[in-house]
Design a protein around this ligand. Structure first.
Ligand code: ZN
Length: 330
């Protein structure tokens, strides 16, 4: 791959957004049980009557961020092709025994210990049906990471950020073509019916140490997956800045998908498109980041709205359910 092509690809996962049930239960689980820091309490900018809750490391670094739309009125999601089926979160080596015991103490359904592509994995299901895998990722311990000092999980066991996601597809080839170019991912390995794509650690494009793994399964006989509670809504991929975003957007448009114009999400600038297999992808810039409107040490404490929704603050706040800090603790 040429230098130019590599520099135009994505740097890895920026955030993953999923659909939850009731917001308080979502907060209790992700902040209270998994010990991820709520770094932004905002609203869905396209549906301001719904929260948008962002969980990440204590600074809200791109690549650490799992976010939710709590749409409690939706039916459970329907698994199938064209939908991400699992979110993988990175933990440091030798952390899974701690996590198995912690999750068991909260009655969280967990799977048997697994090994995927050489990494120990513990799979679990969140309170609203989202499949989550904790992965002892070799590179996780080395990732830039700001721990949540006041969190319920010891610093050395805390979730370091996104590791990857699993996707089922009716056909692999069209999605693989997009991942290879223009997205700039590489086919890394195949195991137990899963084809792993990613950005190898190291090298210029791996400098951000973000989660980069996308595991694809060929599912020609399944029905189309449908959004609902417990579903992944979209996978967002990192770009350095708006120039990088526009260049990658143009290359994606040339390869077939129909990306949206750049949309200002205030904490980052976004472009959305459906990849050829039907999964909603986003490109998101690293900046300006979550500290643009709150001090790092106060992230997530109050309802934050982008400037264009501020005039409606009173009505928006009144329509949202009250949230209290997580019930669960260490
Ligand atoms: Zn997003």
């Amino acid at each position: 791959m040429s230098q130019e092509m590599e520099s135009r690809g994505t740097r890895g996962l920026h955030h993953i957004t999923a659909i939850a049930g009731p917001a308080q239960e979502n907060l209790d689980f992700y902040a209270g049980v998994l010990g991820m820091k709520l770094v932004k309490k905002s609203v869905n900018q396209d549906d301001p009557g719904t929260y948008h809750l962002f969980y990440a490391d204590a600074e809200g670094r791109p690549g650490t961020d799992l976010t939710f739309f709590p749409w409690a009125h939706l039916a459970p999601s329907r698994p199938g092709h064209g939908l991400a089926s699992e979110v993988a979160l990175a933990v440091a080596p030798d952390s899974l025994a701690y996590w198995a015991a912690r999750l068991e103490s909260y009655g969280v359904p967990v799977g048997a210990p697994e090994n995927r592509f050489g990494d120990p994995v513990l799979a679990l299901i969140d309170p609203h049906g989202l499949r989550v895998a904790l992965v002892e990722s070799a590179s996780a311990a080395a990732r830039p990471f700001t721990p949540w000092e006041g969190g319920p999980v010891p610093v050395e066991r805390q979730i370091r950020g996104l590791d990857g996601a699993r996707v089922g597809l009716r056909q692999l080839a069209p999605t693989e073509a997009l991942l290879a170019a223009p997205m700039g991912l590489t086919r890394i390995a195949e195991e137990n019916g899963w084809v792993r794509w990613g950005i190898p650690d190291g090298g210029e494009s791996g400098r951000a140490h973000s989660g980069t793994r996308l595991d694809l399964a060929h599912r020609p006989d399944t029905q189309r997956g449908m959004w609902g509670t417990g579903a992944v809504h979209h996978l967002a991929w990192r770009v350095d800045d708006e120039a990088h975003e526009l260049a990658l957007r143009a290359a994606i448009a040339e390869s077939g998908p129909h990306p949206t114009p750049v949309i200002d999400r205030f904490w980052f600038k976004s472009v959305y498109f459906k990849e050829p297999g039907g999964v909603l992808f986003e490109l998101a810039t690293d900046g300006p980041g979550f500290a643009v409107d709150e001090a790092i040490e106060r992230l997530g404490e109050t309802l934050v709205l982008p400037p264009w929704l501020e005039p409606q603050r009173a009505a928006i706040a009144a329509a949202l359910p009250a949230l209290t800090p997580p019930a669960a603790s260490s």
